[in-house]
Ligand binder design. Sequence first.
Ligand SMILES: [Zn+2]
Length: 526
Amino acid sequence: MLHTQLQQPPNQLPLILTIDEDDQLLLNSPDAEWYRILKCFPDMKYRQIAADYYNSLYHFNKTRTMDRGERHVNDEDKEQATQRLLFERATMNDSSPIIFKQDSIPPIEEIVTPEQIAPGITPDRIGGKKPKCFFAMFKSFTGASIMGFAPEPENVHALLTSNLSFARVCGFVPKGADSNYWHKYVPSLRKLEQFDQIMTEYGLWSKAKWDHVRENIDNKIIRKENELVGDTTHYHAHSVFKTLKYTDSKGKEKTKSQSKTTKKCQCEDPNTCPHPWELADDGAGTIVKAHNRYIWGHKASILGLPLQGIPLDSVAVSDAATHDGETIYPHVVRLFENMPQVQPWIDTVLYDGAADTQGLKEKFDKDLNIRLRASLNPRRRKSVTINLPRGMEKITPYGNLVCKAGFEMEYKGMRYESEKFIYHAPKDDSGRSVCLGCEHKSICCRLSKKGRVVTVPFSVLPHIDPKDPPMAKRFKAMMTHRPSVERIIKRLKCDLSDDRLKKRGNAAFQAYLDKTMIAFHILLRQ
Ligand SMILES: [Zn+2]
């Protein structure tokens, strides 16, 4: 058996760490991918984010112990605050950003540099005790996600205290009965919560997320594609809602669901204290699903590469009640701002029918020189059945033309000058036109030897863009790439986390999405 002597904790006998046979078995087990990933984790590549963390921790400790002196008088009562918060939501206020924006982070003093730290080597006395190792904490959260648990402090703590191999491979020493603090011991739940809070508030989960995506692009693990695919998905909120009444700009009384109005301070009487009223779960809203199903939740917008099935970004939508079509444009802009190397790849964005509006397509074209291809949204249009060419029964809102004998005509193209779509009758298995033996031939195409040819004026289908009609093979072929986003969402939401949130507010939700994305992009390298 192999023994390794570790750095000696204060006032303690030398500690012996056993390299268990279990750990060796895990390293070779095909079922313990998480173990190999954490064991071979290239920590030294991430020393910058580690230094950022220690500096943020120092800033956090310093500002939390100071009297912040922001005791401005606040005479707003709870009812007024509730209405103010309602009218600040992105679905009520055009000037509120549609997708999540990190609160601005104050300038942070650089006390720790990347060169001073390494796994197990933490800075001395950052305002008190030696801090827990960034790398060990970071690996604990990422490891939880890779193992399929939601990357939240409770789960991480449960894993670290129940799975000794997990604790060791992350870089911790199991605590046992000793109650003294030592920075190498498995951290308390409180310490894990604080780590998560600092990583969230100082935008470090997001920074780490972009670092991992960028690394995979630089190393060609992510290859160039010309299309982006987008969609939104919901997560169940960890909060309750109240239904509010309000008066809209036309003087009409309306209702809307909103999370409770609360104060985050611990003051004895929140009704008189000077701290601001806030939403208990900002970002949560009512999401309308098909068949009039309503979900109280948070909404994320996902963008990815359809052929490889890789998510490039996942962002919290500021107000979950936002209509899907509104999120895609600001999200693509955000992606290009953070990953400018991706912008020249992309000439097409694929989306569902929620983005099928002329205005949005023009905006993509004009601002980004990108074609937005959305599934056709017929918006309550019905099939056209009158004033059709002879022999024809109906034309659907999707441009599918069906004849009186029940055959679907094949779309062949268009005549742009005469503004008409062209369809041909299909052929049977032997290659003959179905018209040749058809009982309707005499009224439909009496003299034709090759079968019916039909033209339909553009004006019959005014909602279809003649330059990119959904009946065309090219359109259909490209739209077959769109469902790939469903698989991306399933991996992020089910395999690497959980769709039931355990925290409130969009900052925590964004951190949750980022942690999941980090795990995805680490797994991508395996
Ligand atoms: Zn207060």
